[in-house]
Write a protein that binds this ligand. Structure first.
Ligand SMILES: [Zn+2]
Length: 210
């Protein structure tokens, strides 16, 4: 299935995990929303990680081949990080895990950000707020907000509550921020419902057999 036919999935409650979920099987065929350069731009726009104006500029300045190459790097990063995450999720991270995360720090070193005073546009607010702004010097800088999201994931999330959906064919990951840490599904609408239907069928079968 083509990623253009279906919006990307943002159910993880943590952007770094939404990035891992940029390849998934929402119905019956796998969809990779960052299968090519255009896909990466569209995913970044949907994730609100890159301002629309920067997307337009990068698209006009970089060749499609160059953008495809950045998308390939993003996919490599995604699958490398997925391995780290599957090894660690379910228990807290430890200081020794930093060694394995060194590639993220190497990319972050190249980031070009600066602070800026802007008018606070929150409802009813007066005054200014301090924001970080990123420069987008080349197509490869599109990787920066992704690497930042992964870095924030390891810094801000409790890995004990990083979970994979229990849907048998589902690959979606999420951070369980519910009060009792009882979240089991990517969404009630997709896998939660499927599980309910399956349990209902099983009960009917058992009732029929008994
Ligand atoms: Zn699911």
């Amino acid at each position: 299935m083509n990623y253009r036919e279906i919006p990307a999935i943002f159910i993880a409650d943590a952007l770094g995990l939404d990035f891992l979920n940029s390849v998934a099987t929402p119905v019956d065929q796998p969809v990779d929303w960052i299968a090519d350069g255009e896909g990466l731009l569209s995913w970044l726009e949907q994730a609100e990680l890159v301002p629309a104006e920067a997307i337009r500029r990068v698209r006009s300045e970089a060749s499609p081949a160059e953008l495809d190459e950045v998308a390939a790097k993003a996919r490599d990063l995604r699958e490398w990080f997925r391995i780290f995450l599957y090894k660690r999720k379910g228990s807290p991270l430890a200081a020794k895990d930093l060694r394995e995360l060194a590639p993220l720090n190497r990319v972050l070193e190249r980031d070009e950000q600066h602070g800026e005073i802007v008018v606070d546009d929150a409802a009813g607010a007066t005054g200014f707020v301090f924001r970080m702004r990123r420069r987008w010097p080349a197509a490869e800088s599109l990787l920066m907000p992704i690497v930042e999201a992964l870095a924030r994931l390891v810094c801000d999330e409790d890995f004990t509550q990083v979970k994979a959906c229990e849907g048998p064919a589902c690959t979606l990951l999420f951070a369980d921020h519910t009060r009792g840490h009882a979240r089991r599904w990517c969404s009630m609408a997709i896998c939660g419902n499927r599980a309910k239907v399956a349990a209902h069928r099983k009960r009917l079968r058992e009732a029929g057999a008994g």
